[in-house]
Structures are given as C-alpha cells and as structure tokens.
Design a protein around this ligand. Structure first.
Ligand SMILES: C[C@](O)(CO)[C@H](O)COP(=O)(O)OP(=O)(O)OC[C@H]1O[C@@H](n2ccc(N)nc2=O)[C@H](O)[C@@H]1O
Ligand SMILES: Nc1ncnc2c1ncn2[C@@H]1O[C@H](COP(=O)(O)OP(=O)(O)OP(=O)(O)O)[C@@H](O)[C@H]1O
Length: 291
C-alpha cells in the first residue's frame, strides 16, 4: 500500500475514522441479494486522513494511489463525482489521502473515506446539503457510508441504513489485523451463512449479548482469521468486526490493551484505539463550525 503525506496545498484536512461492528446479526435476504442486518456501530479514534483543495476547473483529482484500486474506482473519487454531478457545482477538487486503515478489514476504511469526502466537499463547496441528503447519496456507494456521514454510534437495521443513535461505553479496543483480504460479497453469498437470526430489541442488546453471524463462515474460510481469534481469545473475549478480517477485544484502559498488543507476534499486526460515540470527523467539523 502506498502512503503519502498530505500536501501543504490542502485547505481542509479531515479524519476518516474506523468503525467496529460490536455485533452483527443477519435476519434475512432481500430480493436484490442484500441482507437484512442488525448491527451495532461504534467509531474508533483511529483512521485515515484526507486533505482537500477546491479547484475552479471542475476536475476531481485524487493525488494518492492505492495499490489495486484504479483512480476512478476509488470510493473517494466516486463520492466526489456524484456530489459534484448531483449538486450541479462547477467546482472540482484536489484530494490527498493518508491511508492507515487496512483494506478489506471490516473496519470500514473505504466507506469512511467516502463519507469524509462527502462532508468535506459539502463544506468546501459551500453546498449546505446536510446529513440527510449526504447519507442518502452515500448509501448508493456502500451500505456503511450513511453511519459515517451521521457520525453517531448507532444500532443499524435494514441493510445498515436505518440508524438509531445509541450511547455506549467507550472502552479501549485492541484490533488485530490478520493478513488476509476478506471479500464481503463472498461471505454474504456463502450457503452456510446463518440468515435467520430473530430480530432483537436494541435495549436487550445494550444489556450485553449478541454475536457476529459472519464469524463462523469467515473462520472456516480464512485460517489467518481463525488463528487470530484463537490467539487473542487467550487474553480477552474476541470477536470479528463486519465480515473481517479484523478481530477485536475491549479493555477498561489503554495500558491493558497495549500490554496484550505487545505480546502478539509480528505476523499479526494490531493497533489500540478508544471507542467513540461521536466520530472524530464530526468532532473536527463541530470545531470548524465554532471558528
Ligand atoms: C458487513 C458490513 O461491513 C457491516 O457493517 C457492511 O454491511 C458491508 O458494507 P460494505 O462493505 O459497504 O458493503 P457493500 O459494498 O455495500 O456490499 C458489498 C457486498 O456485500 C453484500 N452485502 C452487503 C451488505 C448487506 N447488508 N448485505 C449484503 O449482502 C453484497 O453482496 C454486496 O455486493
Ligand atoms: N478509498 C478506499 N479505501 C479503501 N478501499 C477502497 C477505497 N476505494 C475503493 N476501495 C475498494 O473497496 C474495497 C473494500 O474496502 P474497505 O477498506 O472499505 O473494506 P472493509 O474494511 O471490509 O469495509 P466494510 O467494513 O465496509 O466491509 C477495497 O478492497 C478496495 O478494492
């Protein structure tokens, strides 16, 4: 993966935080192949960073390459072009990316980059579209984009777009990154996937409980994920986020999480970050609004 610093030409620098799915139940499959879910999203104070500069000539240009993702397929470019087209603005943008989040990790890197692009350009192009329209546009880019646009920890239903904000404890998380790319589409098309978990009420979830219905399928298909779960479970109850590959456990403080991180082998990279009910993107935007 190529990582570039953000150019000093950027007018606006914003974070694109990771998320965790603290649980994920699959209730059924819709006619279009997408799955009805119940999931609990919380943000992490760790993520990518994007820099933006407005252009008068209407060109959208992402200056950072991501290995394996062509410029025009990057969710950042797709988000920027859709907002440009739908808003009718004549402005374009130069965009820089500091990529820290693993791709295909189940911590939402691509979706978060897209949401930060929508909110960043809405601000820079002075569109005043607001979160409702940006979230609706974002849903067309990926099921996880709306929660990043809203920036509030949430219980999500539907395909992830029906969001009920929730207040959760904000522990420290150790997130381990098995070195394998998990295909979300493959996991959702596995015949062995549990697709009939009964719906539960958000209240019973907040009292604890829940699981990740994708975990058995991912553990079976990807030995690197299976091994990471076995290893981490020796220290802390560990679960898969989204469709993986990342797995996580929670701790009351940073020191305890760091101690376990230091005991992991070099073949299993990890990071430690605090959970957040308001995403760092939204905290930064609130700060800008106060200036
Ligand atoms: C599993 C989660 O990470 C939970 O947060 C997300 O729902 C996945 O979100 P995402 O990566 O943005 O997924 P998308 O790019 O929208 O979909 C990737 C593929 O996953 C499958 N998919 C995704 C979401 C969903 N609710 N049902 C599905 O069946 C579809 O086959 C789809 O083609
Ligand atoms: N800006 C981007 N950052 C990361 N991936 C991108 C980006 N743009 C397009 N992609 C593509 O999207 C795929 C999924 O990336 P992403 O990092 O969002 O996965 P993920 O963490 O599994 O997401 P989720 O938790 O939403 O399932 C990548 O493998 C890549 O091909």
């Amino acid at each position: 993966m190529t990582t570039h610093a953000i150019s000093a030409d950027a007018e606006l620098i914003l974070p694109a935080p990771a998320k965790l799915n603290l649980m994920l139940h699959i209730l059924g499959r819709r006619d279009d192949g997408y799955h009805e879910l119940q999931t609990l999203f919380q943000f992490l104070d760790h993520g990518d960073e994007l820099g933006f500069r407005s252009r008068e000539d209407g060109v959208i240009r992402l200056h950072t390459e991501i290995d394996g993702v062509p410029h025009d397929s990057n969710l950042i470019v797709r988000a920027a072009r859709q907002l440009q087209r739908q808003s009718g603005t004549r402005l374009g943008a130069d965009i820089w990316l500091n990529k820290r989040l693993p791709m295909g990790g189940g911590i939402g890197g691509g979706s978060s980059d897209a949401a930060t692009t929508l909110l960043g350009l809405d601000h820079l192009w002075q569109l005043a579209w607001g979160e409702d329209r940006l979230a609706a546009l974002g849903l067309g880019l990926g099921a996880d984009v709306p929660v990043f646009v809203r920036g509030r920890a949430a219980f999500a239903e539907g395909v992830g777009e029906k969001l009920t904000p929730v207040e959760l404890p904000e522990p420290w998380f150790l997130v381990a990154i098995p070195q394998v790319l998990v295909s979300t589409a493959e996991v959702f098309s596995d015949p062995e996937l549990t697709r009939d978990t009964p719906p539960i009420k958000v209240r019973s979830l907040l009292e604890g409980g829940g699981r990740n219905d994708c975990q058995p399928v991912v553990e079976k298909r990807y030995s690197a994920v299976r091994n990471a779960l076995i290893l981490l479970n020796k220290f802390v109850p560990t679960r898969l986020t989204g469709t993986g590959a990342c797995v996580f456990g929670s701790f009351p403080n940073r020191d305890d999480a760091d101690k376990v991180a230091r005991q992991l082998p070099a073949t299993l990279p990890s990071f430690v970050a605090q959970g957040a009910n308001v995403s760092m993107l939204h905290r930064k935007l609130q700060e800008l609004a106060r200036k």
